[in-house]
Design a protein around this ligand. Structure first.
Ligand code: TXA
Ligand code: MG
Length: 345
């Protein structure tokens, strides 16, 4: 299959931009499109054959459900049994935006592959002119996971989608670099208190201001059987080819780590704040300025992907605080590293 990539101007509400994508989606095809978080790979969420093409292109395990994207508030009630008070408050406050709300699904409406056998469905309204324009023109719900090969970092640029899915999908809408760079927060409001299944741009602190207590299980808490979790969180994620090790955000510690690894004959790629460029790693990819979580989230996946274009045999990634958006960054970094930390002694 030939993959076309068309540039969409995010400032112009131009029907021409969407017509090809809308036609393909209506014909049961898949299309990659930008959102404010990462690029998604969409199919009409009521068409099971179309949705199965997403799983095939990504190589995604079939027990991992997809998020349903919508363009209007009104349609939510068509797909869920009930919009609880907490769900309503979150929708009013955070939509459109990087928050997926897991609710009880109405039976028999969405394609079975979307919910992967669960009785719930995650729904979100993206805050991106191209995604919203596409959804509102199509007037149908769109199931869309991140548009990467399963296991790889999510795409924040159209070229990342091309790297992973060229020849496997018919169309990529190129809307430039996505703003947030990390996937949406997934909040389950069917449990009490509501549980963050995946941290993201809408933080625990922001949610608690609107709906009171929410839980945010750490990765090790998620290992416990009774903890509510997203099926997808059990799989390897965001992983470049070379192994990733987390290292404390401290210049001396990182400098010593590089020295030690060099002595052991390793080729080291360092992902860290721009201030760490002076350290003698073989490859350096900047996360942005030290402590700026918005810059780190925007750069994280691009940096992880960039490592695959080098001859690095080991990747060191500096950590950040677990506060606010930091929780989402650390969640992705720990997954990318398989929770391995570099030990200096
Ligand atoms: O920002 C985003 O959320 C992006 C853009 C494209 O919208 N999408 C995205 O989708 O990250 P995906 O499929 O890569 O991640 C969805 C996560 C998975 O971990 C999945 O297991 C979880 O959400 N999930 C989806 N439906 C769920 C449900 N009903 N219950 C629990 N977890 C669910
Ligand atoms: Mg994903």
């Amino acid at each position: 299959m030939k993959t076309s990539c068309i540039s969409v101007d995010i400032n112009v509400d131009d029907m021409e931009n969407y017509s090809q994508a809308v036609d393909l989606l209506n014909e049961g095809e898949v299309v990659a499109f930008p959102t404010e978080t990462v690029y998604g790979l969409g199919a009409v969420a009521t068409n099971d054959e179309a949705v199965k093409k997403i799983f095939a292109a990504k190589g995604r395990p079939s027990d991992n459900p997809l998020i349903v994207h919508i363009g209007t508030f009104e349609e939510v009630s068509s797909y869920v049994e009930e919009i609880s008070e907490n769900a309503r408050k979150c929708m009013d406050q955070f939509w459109p935006g990087p928050l997926t709300i897991v609710m009880k699904a109405k039976e028999g409406i969405l394609a079975p592959s979307v919910t992967a056998g669960l009785s719930t469905v995650g729904i979100r309204m993206p805050d991106h002119p191209v995604a919203l324009g596409l959804l509102q023109t199509l007037k149908k719900p769109v199931a869309a996971p991140s548009a990467n090969k399963s296991g790889k970092p999510s795409p924040t640029k159209a070229k990342h989608v091309e790297e992973d899915l060229d020849g496997l999908i018919p169309l990529i809408l190129d809307g430039g670099t996505t703003g947030i760079g990390l996937e949406s927060t997934v909040l389950d409001v069917t449990v009490n208190p509501p549980a963050i299944l995946r941290p993201g741009g809408v933080t625990k602190e922001m949610l608690e201001e609107v709906i009171g207590e929410v839980t945010q299980p750490t990765l090790s808490e998620q290992d416990r059987k009774e903890t509510p979790k997203a099926p997808g969180m059990k799989y390897t994620h965001y992983a470049p080819n070379a192994p990733v090790y987390l290292v404390e955000l401290d210049k001396e510690t990182v400098g010593n780590a590089i020295h030690k690894l060099h002595q052991a004959g390793e080729v080291v790629a360092l992902l860290g704040p721009s201030e760490y460029k002076e350290l003698k790693s073989d490859h350096f990819f900047s996360f942005g300025h030290e402590g700026n979580v918005d810059e780190i989230s925007a750069n994280l996946y691009d940096s992880l992907r960039a490592c695959d274009k080098t001859n690095a045999t080991i990747i060191l990634a500096t950590t950040t605080s677990n506060e606010g958006v930091g929780a989402a960054i650390m969640n992705r970094l720990e997954k990318a590293a398989g929770r391995k930390w570099f030990q200096n002694d």
